[in-house]
Design a protein around this ligand. Structure first.
Ligand SMILES: Cc1cc2nc3c(=O)[nH]c(=O)nc-3n(C[C@H](O)[C@H](O)[C@H](O)COP(=O)(O)OP(=O)(O)OC[C@H]3O[C@@H](n4cnc5c(N)ncnc54)[C@H](O)[C@@H]3O)c2cc1C
Ligand SMILES: *[C@@H]1O[C@H](CO)[C@@H](O)[C@H](O)[C@H]1NC(C)=O
Ligand SMILES: *[C@@H]1O[C@H](CO)[C@@H](O)[C@H](O)[C@H]1NC(C)=O
Length: 572
């Protein structure tokens, strides 16, 4: 201690002033240098710190981003449409663990007895022998759930939304283009328990119904009050599915299609939200027309749990006339003339020679018929107006070259004559009965009415050349007709597909549509861009994803929601 003091003192004593000055300068410089170094080190350290901090933040952001990508739809886009190339394949969770857990949740809502796991029911709820989409082995749901009211449907959807479980809706099961194939597994919601006519407002001419009310039963009920609901699709079809496909039928020529008869809908959306599209007035200009958006949406935008439908007064008198022609072109020409003359008939249906022969062979009708192209007319109005219409049509038919003209003189005759039209599909199916490999492919197209003779003639020629049995049946007053093709699933599938393809392509080239009433389903998706343009389909896809970002509702129907997989082909 001492020594140190001594030496320091010595130093101070011995050091001259300039040295002291120099020393103090060097010390200052040294200090400054040290300070600089310290600062540099600090800066260095903060830079490194910042670098690591940034890295950590990035990592966390990436983790969140990854989770976000897994859990939520892609970030909002500024585009108005959703092109197929930029869509992200939907991510559902149909793992056994998830489905089993969901099953428990559903049981708490609808009860054990209202959920089915039975194989045969799963199959019948995802395909049918009259659907043109051949059922694929994997296209079955895990279970069929049968809710009893709107609240239950909403509760089920909330679970599916949370658990990312895809859903197909099922009402009558008569749709034809693979509409309810469970392409993503998941669950099927069967509306059969929701089959009540809730309220008829006679004085307002409307009726409130649940989705599993069949159009035939509804009409039986309405007839008690002399009322009538015109849309008449396949036997067994129900309001939920009829809204789904935006159906029509023989009465559409006079009364319009399903979209003209729905006033309002109660709909459960993909996340379980319940909306009602509007109230009951006959007309309304309030806001977007969501009612019509849901009509024809094939269960891809929401689930219909209640519908308010328009009804009309039953015509005083109806009759039917049947009239055969030597060729299908003459029959089609006659349609063109009757429509052009503005005769207010209720329906015009065409059945070609092949179809008439099938009906005769099947022997399901009381009468036997000429194996010739035949027109079926339905008349409605007062007795005198019906009589006048029959007279007008008879003359027009004669001018077009008809070889026979019969009209019903009694109610019974009317039923007997119309029966043939109703048996069309079954009579073709009967031709293949007994052979498990035989199937029917029913397809429908529509064209502007003046193009009808051409397309029917060309289609018939094409079917003739193919060697397959194929009939032509149609609601020709609307330029809409079907082809029912019988084929062997194992050996003639490609041939049948080719025929349908040519028919659809021809219809689109004639400024028509790939489907006049059956809808797109799975089978006609790839025709849509050719009919309405790719941009229009991209706009439809944007709408689909806006309402159902997780693509839970009848995924894959109407529009594709992910780019084609390897080996998958565009049907065009
Ligand atoms: C012999 C025969 C003749 C036919 N004739 C005609 C005809 O003349 N005109 C015509 O237009 N069609 C016709 N069809 C086709 C069929 O009858 C119609 O497409 C009908 O509208 C389907 O109703 P559905 O209750 O059977 O519906 P489903 O087959 O049960 O479902 C149809 C679609 O709607 C969806 N869906 C079902 N319920 C609901 C709901 N509650 N909410 C939301 N979506 C739902 C389904 O997921 C599916 O996509 C015929 C069919 C057959 C078998
Ligand atoms: C699927 O659901 C199960 C059961 O709920 C869950 O354990 C699993 O993590 C889910 N998988 C994904 C990919 O979300
Ligand atoms: C299941 O459905 C039947 C028939 O509609 C009904 O009586 C029963 O109450 C339902 N079960 C539950 C738990 O809701």
């Amino acid at each position: 201690m001492q020594r140190r003091w001594a030496s320091e003192d010595k130093k101070n004593e011995q050091t001259p002033f300039h040295f002291q000055l120099f020393e103090s300068i060097t010390q200052r410089v040294q200090k400054e240098k040290e300070e600089q170094l310290r600062q540099a080190q600090m800066q260095n350290r903060t830079a490194r710190g910042r670098f690591f901090a940034t890295m950590t933040v990035c990592f966390i952001a990436a983790c969140i981003g990854y989770y976000w990508g897994q859990a939520l739809p892609p970030p909002p886009t500024t585009d108005s449409t959703a092109p197929l190339e930029s869509t992200v394949p939907p991510k559902h969770n149909i793992s056994e663990a998830n489905m089993e857990a969901a099953w428990t949740d559903f049981r708490d809502i609808v009860g054990n007895e209202n959920i089915t796991l039975e194989r045969s029911e799963l199959e019948s709820h995802s395909g049918s022998s009259w659907s043109s989409h051949p059922a694929e082995p994997g296209d079955v749901p895990f279970c069929v759930v049968k809710p009893g009211n709107t609240q239950e449907v909403s509760a089920i959807m909330k679970i599916c939304h949370e658990r990312k479980i895809p859903v197909t809706a099922y009402s009558g099961g008569t749709s034809l283009e693979g509409h309810f194939a469970a392409t993503r597994g998941g669950i099927c919601i069967d509306f059969s328990r929701m089959d009540k006519i809730i309220k008829l407002h006679k004085e307002d001419l409307d009726v409130v119904v649940q989705p599993a009310v069949g159009w035939e039963i509804l009409n039986e009920e309405l007839a008690k009050d002399n009322l009538f609901f015109p849309p008449d699709p396949g036997p067994g079809a129900m309001i939920g599915g009829m809204v789904g496909t935006g159906c029509s039928g023989t009465n559409a020529y006079r009364y319009g299609t399903m979209k003209d008869w729905v006033l309002s809908l109660t709909v459960v959306l993909a996340d379980g939200t319940i909306i009602k599209t509007r109230q009951r007035p006959r007309k309304s200009s309030a806001g977007y027309d969501l009612t019509r958006m849901f009509v024809g949406s094939e269960g891809t935008l929401g689930l219909v749990t209640e519908a308010t439908l328009k009804v009309t007064v039953k015509p005083q008198h109806t009759s039917v006339a049947v009239c055969a022609f030597p060729s299908v072109r003459q029959a089609a020409d006659c349609v063109f003339k009757v429509v052009g003359a503005g005769v207010p008939i209720a329906a015009i249906e065409i059945l070609d020679d092949v179809q008439m022969k099938c009906i005769n062979d099947a022997g399901m009708t009381k009468k036997s018929w000429k194996n010739a192209p035949t027109l079926f007319f339905k008349f409605a109005g007062t007795p005198s107006s019906v009589k006048e219409q029959i007279g007008q049509v008879q003359t027009l038919a004669k001018n077009a070259g008809s070889v026979s003209f019969e009209f019903a003189k009694s109610e019974q005759e009317r039923e007997d004559l119309w029966q043939a039209r109703k048996e069309a599909l079954w009579s073709v199916m009967a031709q293949g009965s007994g052979d498990e490999d035989m199937a029917v492919w029913t397809t429908d197209v529509a064209v502007p009415i003046s193009r009808l003779p051409q397309i029917i003639e060309e289609t018939k020629e094409n079917i003739g050349k193919s060697g397959l049995l194929g009939s032509i049946v149609g609601h020709v007053g609307d330029g809409n007709f079907h082809s029912i093709i019988l084929y062997n699933k194992k050996t003639e599938y490609e041939k049948a597909k080719g025929l349908v393809h040519d028919m659809v392509k021809r219809a689109i080239e004639l400024e028509g549509t790939a489907t006049g009433e059956h809808g797109v389903g799975l089978v006609k998706r790839d025709y849509l861009p050719h009919e309405v343009s790719t941009s229009t389909v991209n706009a439809m896809r944007r709408l689909k994803l806006a309402f159902d970002p997780l693509c839970l509702l009848n995924c894959d129907k109407i529009v594709r929601v992910q780019p084609l997989k390897k080996g998958e082909v565009d049907k065009w």
